[in-house]
Design a protein around this ligand. Structure first.
Ligand SMILES: [Fe+2]
Length: 239
């Protein structure tokens, strides 16, 4: 377990560093999580262009707070300022996710508690961390994700008070993949290992890399989430 040497949340920035935390999961955790992910295919949400096999399981403040084409009009023809699906999902309590992935959420909580020496809680008011799910498509062999910063805290009216992002891979293509980030000149690669968690401040431009060696049976399934310091001085996990 890494020690809490990060200068955070002072200044609210973690810098470009990506911290790698071994989640210390028991042997059968991956099968267990995948079983519960596949058991809920009916409520996965299709993402990106319809032809590309990418879904999320759960609702995210970076995807589900923005107006969508199909619900841009509310009564009287006004533009809807937000996509209410995020709030509806948050208000539902998401018991199925809290129960199905309790062990994984607890491991993430313990990992971040060790890193920052703070109490870590799962959100009660926002959506809980969820999954990115990619199946094989030749498109993913050459197309990277979009360079971005994780500014989704703006979408839910939050101040940037010690904000960060984490990813915990559950299933990876056999050829391997990870996360790319850039300092504006060079592109750096952080390879992923199933069972580890990757933590960063989200403010350095980063993207999902292309996976040139992706094969038809490969899946890229990752638990995704963010965190901030809440009013009780706890680290609160959400998505
Ligand atoms: Fe991101």
């Amino acid at each position: 377990m890494p020690t809490a040497t990060w200068n955070w949340p002072a200044g609210g920035r973690l810098g470009m560093e990506i911290k790698v935390v071994d989640l210390g999961m028991p042997e059968d955790w991956q099968e267990d999580v995948l079983y519960n992910v596949y058991n809920h295919t009916a409520i996965w949400v299709k993402r990106m262009q319809k032809a590309w096999p990418m879904w999320t399981f759960g609702r995210s403040s970076y995807l589900d707070t923005m107006a969508e084409k199909e619900n841009q009009y509310i009564e009287a023809g006004h533009l809807a300022p937000v996509n209410h699906k995020y709030l509806w999902e948050a208000e539902s309590g998401q018991d199925f996710m809290r129960e199905s992935f309790r062990d994984l959420y607890n491991a993430v909580r313990e990992g971040l508690a060790g890193l920052f020496d703070k109490r870590v809680v799962l959100t009660q008011s926002l959506c809980v961390p969820g999954f990115h799910i990619f199946y094989y498509h030749p498109f993913f062999q050459f197309q990277s994700g979009i360079w971005h910063r994780d500014l989704n805290w703006l979408n839910i009216g939050m101040e940037n008070k010690g904000y960060g992002s984490f990813t915990a891979p559950v299933s990876l293509p056999e050829c391997g993949t990870g996360l790319e980030w850039t300092d504006g000149e060079n592109i750096f690669d952080q390879p992923y290992t199933v069972g580890d968690m990757y933590v960063h401040d989200g403010m350095t431009p980063h993207r999902i890399p292309a996976i040139p060696g992706m094969k038809p049976n490969d899946r890229r399934i990752t638990l995704q989430g963010h965190f901030f310091i809440n009013s009780d001085d706890e680290i609160e996990l959400f998505w």
